[in-house]
Write a protein that binds this ligand. Structure first.
Ligand SMILES: Nc1ncnc2c1ncn2[C@@H]1O[C@H](COP(=O)(O)OP(=O)(O)OP(=O)(O)O)[C@@H](O)[C@H]1O
Ligand SMILES: [Mg+2]
Length: 663
């Protein structure tokens, strides 16, 4: 048994918990839910003893073994994948100690009953050791690693050569191999792709120990837990039943409390009226006094307020060229592993594209190439006019300086905005008052994500590149992000395994597989439908895998067959229309290209001249030369203004043409 009794915990004067109790018995499967920063990870750390409580007691049955997967691991251990996975945890260490000690004790034992007891314990320990794979533990380890998405051959590679997500996977594998009495997992699905999530779900369903699991993933919670522990507003409340029944019961409890609060309010008002009316009547003095006392004693029922929600929007970016970002013939390899050979990829203004595909297909690599965070081995990356890219990574420690405060991190991104503005923006991301003085290192997982998002808004790019933006975010924050991205006019390209998020944001799907990208010019439903159709025509299809395949399978085959023929004719018509449109608008496109080239040239010249004019050395040159520089600067600026106006006008004409075509 593992339990908390009257636990209190504060950080820097802020009370996180005051009086929290929780009891876990063998076989419990508890899901912990609650908003970002509520204290879920802290609660887990207190349970394991990693974090001390300010008061209260933590009790743990002697010999009970625990395995804890923290929410984030900052650095990879210096070992191979298999070495990490086989590192013994509490459970195996305890077992090995027993297997060593019991035989020694047996030799020493003289009492018959004692010998029998020891022999039985030894047999149990052997049975348990066998259950963990015994001397074939490595075989079991390899199976678990494969389930969590490692590919054959990965096992011997050093963990440091993998991304942060894989470091978490290896640590998770280690715990699953150790099979402790209690597994405490802090958002384990954050670093998994859909297939591995399903694998983990099955694994946990078969696990007979005690499970304590923090997650924001509704489907995963439903499949793996049988009670829900809610952490919110300093309170920890347990609900029997799965996630759905928790949502229901919570609504009912809330309704009951609200009704009770209303009744109480009515009663209080009646009493107050009574007191008011008879206060001056001597005959009623006793009754009035007793009622005043009763009122003072009555404990008021408070209805917990719904917590504040994150609300924000991305500032509308400056107008960019239609072709915002382009990769041509890009090649990228990591050592011997070739990810892309000659990749062409284009991102257009206003496009909302999701990259999907199996694990390790190179989605994050493509995002990094687009962001310029990774330099291609060959080929070219070209930014459109006025395009700036912003790159949000799933490993926010790349974006945050963990040693600095929230405010300092944000101020480092601010351009001309002052501190007041920055504080207001941070407020919208729920960093209030002293919260901005916290060091980034102590922030909760979701708070780090919120800070990184806020920082992107301080230097708003015209092209957003986001790698798993929803991990660590609570459900309300994900919804706020969806709303903000839907209003954003710039281009967006992202990787996500959150189907709810993809469905509400993506308007185009790009499948990345084996170094090849396939475009699906429609939303998620369209992609699933196409993948379903493609499965019927294997010649034209790539092998269905992962999320797309799973959802595509829901489409009834007959519908797909029926529409396949009509769809071909439709495709031909669409292709003809596209060609006609391309011909009509060719002149406009050519003019846009010429203008963009001219503008770029002028901007370069302007920057050069501005540099000269800012240099004190320049003014030691003869007067007429300086005057000439100034004259040329004015001329360039004027030409730039004219070209830009013309460029905007032509762009608009082109857009009208394109829009007319869609009606
Ligand atoms: N050392 C510390 N100093 C100050 N504040 C801290 C410290 N450690 C944690 N906190 C704060 O305690 C609160 C609870 O953090 P915790 O990590 O437990 O939240 P959580 O519920 O797990 O959130 P998330 O869903 O974002 O992971 C957060 O507001 C966090 O900033
Ligand atoms: Mg947490």
């Amino acid at each position: 048994m593992l339990s908390l009794d009257g636990i209190g915990k504060s950080y820097a004067g802020r009370v996180l918990f005051d009086d929290v109790s929780l009891r876990l018995v063998p076989g419990d499967r508890a899901g912990i839910v609650g908003p970002n920063g509520a204290g879920k990870s802290t609660l887990l750390a207190i349970l394991t003893g990693a974090e001390p409580a300010d008061h209260g007691t933590v009790s743990r049955t002697r010999g009970l073994t625990l395995g804890h997967l923290p929410q984030e691991i900052l650095s990879a251990p210096d070992a191979t994948v298999i070495g990490t996975a086989l590192r013994p945890g509490e459970h195996l260490t305890a077992l090995e100690a027993e297997l060593h000690e019991i035989p020694e004790a047996l030799e020493r034992a003289t009492d018959h009953a004692e010998q029998e007891r020891l022999a039985a314990r030894l047999a149990d320990a052997h049975a348990e050791y066998d259950r963990l794979g015994g001397n074939h533990r490595e075989v079991r380890a390899r199976r678990i690693l494969a389930g969590l998405g490692f590919r054959p051959g990965d096992e011997e590679r050093p963990l440091r050569s993998f991304s942060g997500g894989y470091v978490m996977r290896a640590e998770l594998a280690r715990l699953l191999i150790d099979l402790p009495d209690v597994l405490l997992l802090d958002e384990p699905t954050n670093h998994l792709d859909l297939e591995s999530v399903l694998w983990l779900q099955d694994f946990l369903a078969a696990y007979r120990g005690t499970l304590v699991l923090i997650s924001h993933d509704r489907a995963f919670l439903s499949a793996t837990t049988s009670s829900i522990v809610e952490v919110e507003g300093g309170k920890v409340t347990r609900y029997a039943g799965n996630y759905e029944s928790y949502v229901r019961e919570r609504a009912e409890r809330r309704a009951q409390i609200e009704a009770a609060a209303r009744n109480q309010e009515r009663r209080i008002q009646e009493t107050e009226r009574f007191i008011e009316r008879f206060r001056s009547k001597a005959t009623k003095a006793r009754q009035v006094q007793s009622r005043i006392k009763a009122l003072e004693k009555e404990e008021r029922i408070t209805v917990a307020k719904e917590g504040p929600k994150v609300r924000f929007r991305f500032p509308q970016p400056a107008r960019t060229s239609e072709l915002a970002l382009e990769l041509s013939a890009v090649a990228k390899s990591y050592g011997d592993t070739k990810v892309y050979g000659a990749l062409d990829f284009q991102l257009r203004r206003g496009e909302k594209t999701v990259l999907v595909g199996p694990n390790g297909a190179g989605k994050s690599t493509l995002l990094k190439l687009l962001a310029g965070a990774l330099v291609p081995d060959a080929g070219e990356r070209k930014l459109g006019l006025r395009v700036s890219t912003g790159y949000y990574t799933q490993h926010r420690q790349d974006m945050l300086d963990l040693e600095r405060t929230v405010l300092d991190n944000a101020m480092a991104c601010a351009r001309e905005q002052g501190e007041t503005f920055v504080r207001t923006l941070l407020g919208a991301f729920l960093f209030h008052g002293d919260d901005v003085k916290k060091k980034a290192a102590v922030l909760s997982g979701g708070e780090k994500s919120r800070l990184a998002l806020a920082m992107m808004l301080l230097d708003p790019p015209t092209v957003l590149l986001m790698d798993e933006p929803t991990i660590h975010l609570d459900m309300a924050s994900v919804d706020a992000l969806i709303a903000a991205l839907n209003e954003f006019d710039g281009a967006l390209c992202f990787v996500s395994h959150d189907v709810h998020f993809i469905r509400h944001v993506a308007r185009k799907v790009v499948r990345v597989e084996a170094g090849v990208v396939t475009e699906f010019p429609g939303d998620w439903e369209y992609y699933c439908w196409k993948r379903g159709a493609a499965a019927l025509h294997p010649a034209a299809a790539d092998v269905p895998a992962g999320s797309g395949g799973a959802s595509g399978a829901e489409t009834p085959a007959t519908d797909v067959e029926r529409s396949a023929r009509g769809e071909r004719a439709e495709r031909r018509r669409a292709a003809e229309a596209r060609q006609a449109l391309a011909k009509r608008t060719r002149g406009l496109r050519d003019e846009i290209r010429t203008l963009e080239e001219a503008i770029e040239e002028l901007e370069r010249e302007k920057a050069g001249l501005a540099g000269d004019l800012a240099d004190p050395e320049t003014y030691k040159r003869p007067g007429p030369e300086v005057a000439e520089l100034q004259r040329r600067y004015a001329e360039v600026e004027k030409a730039l203004g004219e070209r830009t106006d013309r460029w905007m006008a032509v762009q608009e004409r082109l857009e009208e043409e394109l829009a007319g075509e869609q009606d």
